[in-house]
Design a protein around this ligand. Structure first.
Ligand code: MRU
Length: 351
């Protein structure tokens, strides 16, 4: 990817402000934990893996702004910053996974260390999270590319590309890889109401790489399938339960139902950091509710009568039985997912 969604240089966190894309490419500094929280909350940084990576660096930002004098002060800053950042968004489990990992390293390596050494160690851990996520995305691309055949139409929803992960992406990784290998196909990108991640980010990312992309409104997907234009669906995930039920951007469930009705295989692509083995099914996944203004006045212009009641869940859960396979860094997991996910976890899927 030409653009990096996040940078950490000389102990400063900078992110590409995704709310401005595609009109403006602008990097903004996040000098405090409050800035990191706000950037995650309003989707300047977004997408499950990138939320986790941003939070990992955000913990260090929270430590540095307090100028801790000793190890105990570092530990307190790590704990408090992690608790604070955990309140930014509830659905993507990568956030909590990354925060727990940073806290584990801090408490595990505090003994015999000093403040400076411990902060340096936290930096290397956040960098490792970034690098590991990037490597997982490459592996997802390698495992998933064979699903795409020459001439296929591939539908995706929301944005699970390099912008959502730091590099390469999850759902888009098999597309990037197949294209690199010379296969030619067409991607249909759902625009993804209400915040248009599909239109603003996915269509933009794919076009940047020269991939043949066609933008459609969300309510067109079923018709486009019926016309025989789609042979494969690949989407990302924000949290996958141990039975394979998958939370992803609102509208994903409807795409899965349509795919089933039209005999189109529906795949989820996700790294191990997106699996939540502590929950049995999708019923336990917390669904983020967002502000009504995203629907009534999305991009600055009122589109509904004042005072109208609004329901705005940001995610939905696709039941495991609608999912043909889950593309992970280990390979493609197949139903029954309770067994294939448990077996993958035994091979260290969940670190
Ligand atoms: O609200 P967002 O933009 O953070 O939602 C993003 C998605 O739903 C993605 O599909 C998911 O996080 C996977 S990103 C690799």
């Amino acid at each position: 990817m030409a653009l990096q969604a996040l940078q950490w240089n000389e102990r400063r966190l900078t992110v590409l402000d995704q709310t401005l894309l595609p009109a403006e490419v602008k990097y903004i500094p996040l000098p405090s934990a409050t800035d990191v929280w706000e950037a995650i909350k309003v989707l300047r940084v977004r997408g499950a893996p990138l939320i986790g990576v941003s939070a990992a660096f955000g913990v260090i930002v929270g430590v540095l702004e307090r100028h801790p004098a000793d190890v105990q002060a570092v530990l307190q800053a790590v704990r408090e910053t992690a608790e604070y950042l955990a309140t930014s968004r509830p659905t993507a489990v990568n956030l909590f996974w990354a925060l727990e990992r940073m806290q584990r390293v801090a408490t595990g390596e505090a003994a015999g260390s000093d403040a400076e050494r411990l902060i340096t160690r936290l930096e290397s851990e956040a960098r490792a999270i970034y690098d590991e996520e990037a490597a997982r995305c490459r592996a997802i691309g390698a495992h998933g590319e064979a699903l795409i055949r020459e001439g296929d139409g591939v539908l995706t929803h929301c944005n699970a590309g390099g912008l959502a992960t730091g590099e390469y992406g999850t759902a888009l990784a098999p597309m990037f890889r197949a294209w690199e290998l010379g296969r030619r196909f067409q991607v249909f990108a759902d625009e993804t109401r209400p915040l248009l991640q599909g239109a603003r980010l996915t269509a933009w990312e794919l076009a940047q790489e020269g991939i043949d992309v066609t933008l459609i409104c969300d309510n067109m997907a079923a018709q486009v399938m019926r016309e025989g234009r789609i042979q494969l669906v690949i989407v990302g995930a924000d949290r996958i339960a141990s039975n394979g039920d998958t939370a992803n951007k609102i509208g994903t469930y409807g795409v899965a139902v349509s795919a089933k009705a039209h005999g189109v295989p529906f795949y989820v692509a996700a790294p191990s950091s997106t699996f939540d083995l502590a929950i049995e099914s999708g019923a336990a996944i917390p669904i983020e509710q967002r502000d009504s203004s995203e629907i009534t006045c999305g991009f600055g212009r009122p589109t509904a009568p004042g005072g109208v009641k609004v329901y705005n869940p940001a995610f939905d859960v696709t039941p495991a039985e609608l999912i043909a396979g889950i593309i992970t860094e280990q390979g493609i997991l197949r139903p029954p997912y309770s067994q294939s996910i448990a077996a993958a976890a035994g091979r260290n899927l969940h670190v």
